[in-house]
Design a protein. Structure first.
Length: 162
């Protein structure tokens, strides 16, 4: 329980920090994905079910605290698609943490665009797809690099050896 509490608190803090950082892009939805660092680390340390619980709880808590109902629905759609993608790719064993995280960043943006198309009842929002795919790839790769370092350092602590 303490591990999950720590991961949820850390993800929540990263969400808060990210909410304070202005991103100077005219395309909505571009973010650094700092809180996704906790999700990717969770997938590799506590497993898919625990990481999913942490990720979904983080989105709900951050949505109620820093956003609104719409931002929470957008966040949940991206989070859930990203989790499905990352957990599936990790299970194949064919992708490292960087590839899993990059794909998760892309999936997150696709999930949010799908929710936006549903909400506004217009597929024109997919005009943002190329920019969001590039941003998701870059941000996901950076989070994957950092996540790999964190997982390596935490491997002993989460394996029960310490």
């Amino acid at each position: 329980m303490a591990r999950y509490g720590m991961l949820i608190a850390l993800a929540f803090i990263f969400s808060y920090i990210e909410a304070m950082i202005p991103i100077p892009f005219p395309v909505p939805g571009i973010k650094l994905g700092l809180a996704n660092l906790v999700t990717i680390v969770g997938i590799y340390t506590v497993g898919p079910v625990g990481a999913a619980a942490v990720g979904i709880l983080r989105v709900v808590l951050a949505g109620f605290t820093f956003g609104n109902l719409f931002s929470m629905w957008y966040g949940l759609s991206g989070c859930i698609l990203s989790l499905i993608c990352m957990i599936g790719l990790k299970k194949t064993g064919k992708f490292g943490i960087l590839g899993v995280s990059a794909a998760g960043g892309v999936a997150h943006n696709i999930g949010q665009l799908c929710m936006a198309a549903f909400v506004v009842e217009n597929g024109a929002v997919f005009a943002y797809l190329p920019v969001l795919l590039a941003a998701g790839s870059v941000a996901g790769s950076l989070i994957g690099l950092l996540g790999g370092l964190v997982v390596e350092r935490l491997s002993g602590a989460f394996s029960g050896k310490h």
